[in-house]
Design a protein. Structure first.
Length: 453
């Protein structure tokens, strides 16, 4: 059974039970009220008979009876008796001993009694008169009360069922209104698939349990999305970064085996292979560190890195890679007198990946033209500017280049896998640096800024 149906059912059951209790209370209070009212009428009837028969001595019994019939309403099954000191009926011609001596003596003893025998109600009063002490007993059947009670019972039963149905319908409506945010939440959850983990459920403006559930679910989806992105990013990163050293290994092995060579040449080839393997091992470790850094910042193995030395090292590596092709030019401007200011504390293989990704893009998107790398400093920090002579970054792509797996849709633009700048931006951010760029049709310049530590 759905929650809204259970809420409606529980609310209806509780409400109908309360209503039933109220109706029963009203019913029995009404019965007791009518019963008490009829006792009062019988009590009045007893005293009226006392006045008529005991204090109107000069009027005959027949005359009294005619007055009584003419002016007093006859009650259903009415019986009135007046008993003397010897418990004998007096004044009324019907001399039948309607009540026992035990009842008469009980009235004489207590002064006033009320009791009920079946549907008949009886009132007895003790009355003192100059003619003696008398006991007056009056009884009747309150037929009109029973008729009204029957009508009341029917009305209450009909009212109960009408109100119960109304409560059930209204409670379902209220439950639907209350649980509407939950239905929206369920509908939103059903829309989430493996290909749209960035979708979030509506949280709403009410600070209730359903809103808290939506907030916690969105937080869970944040973690889940991040886990999926990390997995996908790691695979793409590994593919992106390991392709070059693996290709280099294959080329060097093929060249070495292409023709017989001397021992020195084989040793040189093997040393080159070992160098590439060491670099690939460092890259793999860095990729694992990057994945771990996404999960837990500050867990990287950090060392002191001189940026100027790193740039000269990168220049040497790119000269070896490009051979006689385009050149990476490194320039130094306005460097501080204290070389320690150019040192940052970070993981060197990761920082190399960031710089290499930007430099590789500069060569790729400038059609293998020369790239200039300028290191400069000022009072607050230092900056590395990497400038190419390419076609520039299109305005439509400018806001998206740091997104993972994003590549330009322009046909005249070289294609990549969309991970280079994403990785560079993430690594430089982890290193507490800033990455920005300016771009024109004559080329693009990326700026990597670090504050002095």
């Amino acid at each position: 059974m759905k929650i809204k149906d259970r809420l409606a059912l529980y609310f209806t059951l509780i409400s109908t039970m309360v209503l039933l209790a109220v109706l029963f209370a009203v019913y029995f209070i009404f019965i007791k009220f009518l019963e008490s009212d009829f006792y009062d009428r019988l009590n009045d009837r007893a005293f009226i008979n006392a006045k008529l028969y005991l204090e109107a001595d000069e009027i005959s019994a027949d005359s009294l009876k005619r007055v009584k019939i003419a002016y007093l309403e006859s009650l259903n099954g009415e019986v009135v008796r007046i008993y003397d000191n010897h418990n004998r009926p007096r004044f009324i011609k019907d001399q039948q001993q309607f009540w026992t001596s035990e009842v008469i003596n009980q009235v004489r003893k207590t002064g006033k009694v009320r009791f009920k025998e079946g549907m008949r109600q009886t009132v007895g009063v003790f009355y003192k008169d100059n003619q003696g002490d008398f006991v007056i007993l009056a009884s009747a059947i309150d037929q009109s009360t029973y008729s009204r009670i029957d009508k009341l019972r029917i009305s209450m039963i009909a009212t109960f069922f009408v109100i119960a149905v109304g409560l059930l319908l209204s409670s379902r409506w209220v439950a639907n209104r209350i649980l509407k945010p939950l239905n929206i939440f369920i509908s939103d959850v059903k829309k989430i698939k493996s290909n749209n983990l960035d979708y979030r459920v509506q949280e709403g403006s009410n600070k209730d349990e359903i809103n808290l559930l939506a907030q916690n679910f969105n937080q869970l989806m944040d973690h889940l999305e991040q886990a999926f992105i990390l997995q996908k990013t790691f695979v793409a990163n590994a593919s992106h970064e390991l392709r070059t050293p693996i290709t280099s290994l294959l080329m060097e092995a093929e060249i070495a085996l292409n023709q017989p060579r001397s021992t020195a040449e084989y040793q040189k080839a093997l040393r080159s292979v070992i160098e590439d393997v060491d670099k690939m091992n460092a890259t793999i470790n860095s990729l694992l560190s990057l994945a771990q850094a996404d999960l837990e910042l500050g867990n990287l193995q950090a060392d002191g890195i001189r940026i100027d030395e790193l740039l000269w090292q990168l220049k040497t590596e790119w000269q070896r890679k490009n051979a006689s092709k385009a050149t990476l030019h490194v320039q130094m401007e306005n460097l501080p007198s204290q070389s320690e200011k150019l040192t940052i504390i970070f993981n060197q293989p990761l920082l190399e990946i960031a710089f290499n990704n930007i430099i590789a893009n500069a060569f790729k998107f400038s059609n293998q033209q020369d790239v200039v790398c300028i290191l400069s400093a000022n009072e607050s920090g230092f900056e590395v500017a990497i400038r190419d002579q390419g076609v520039g970054i299109h305005q439509d792509d400018a806001s998206k280049i740091y997104q993972p797996f994003y590549t330009s849709s322009k046909e005249d633009t070289p294609k990549g896998n969309g991970m280079g700048l994403y990785m560079a931006h993430k690594i430089i951010t982890l290193a507490k640096g800033e990455l920005s760029f300016t771009s024109t049709e004559q080329g693009t310049t990326f700026y990597i800024r670090f504050a002095y530590s």
